[in-house]
Design a protein around this ligand. Sequence first.
Ligand code: F6R
Length: 260
Amino acid sequence: MEIVILKGVAQACQVAARLVESLVREKPDAVLGLATGSTPVRLYAEMIRAHCEAGLDFGRVRTFNLDEYAGLPRDHEQSYYRFMREKLFDHVNINPANTNIPNGLAQDIPAHCRAYEDAIRQAGGVDLQILGIGANGHIGFNEPTSSLVSRTRIKSLTRHTIEENARFFGGEDEVPRHVITMGVGTIMESRQIVMLAFGEKKARAVADMIEGPLTSYVPASILQMHPNTKVFLDEEAAMELKRSEYYKWVYENKPAWQKF
Ligand code: F6R
């Protein structure tokens, strides 16, 4: 894992957007794995800016989202389908047929999950996966104690995640109890992972992920085993790290050819 601690969200998202941009320029039909939630919103704004101001072409890009709430129709204002349209897809020249989000209303959920896995495989796998982290250490909606080799499937949310997400729904009772999420094993097959985490609320989970033991109790800790993961943090999210000075030193002293 490469840990990059930057002054704030804006700077972190600019640097992360540069990675996405250079991938898409190099491989115009790149497969991006996308996350929702508040964390990547600024990154998506930077990707839109790269499209509008620097001509970044999304015409052949393919995308797979991590997750969707089970039971929510696509036009529900909190569906991740709607989120992605509002925060990214409607503002770049992506072909909607190239975008994939689990269908919250799938009748046969196990069959839908298998088909989602097949579609990722047929696309050649995810080139770059964007991730946020839950304050409980989840990635996607792989809650603590999720199998570290799991595939796309239905999961029950923890009470903690329901409370965290109540802010989007106007109350805990409105938050769906189930989700369809890529598995930890699915995420681990991405060729490159860009994890973003901002704010003090994420500091404990970030420290457990980076410096704690590898455990399904902190699903994000599996990223210690991933060969190409970059973690972009603001100062607040980094504040419980024991070795933050070292990570900063490494980033500042990168050889020129390795800088991004
Ligand atoms: C969203 C997702 C989740 C979020 C995490 C952080 O697609 O998979 O793992 O990344 O819950 O959420 P925010 O960014 O809202 O703090």
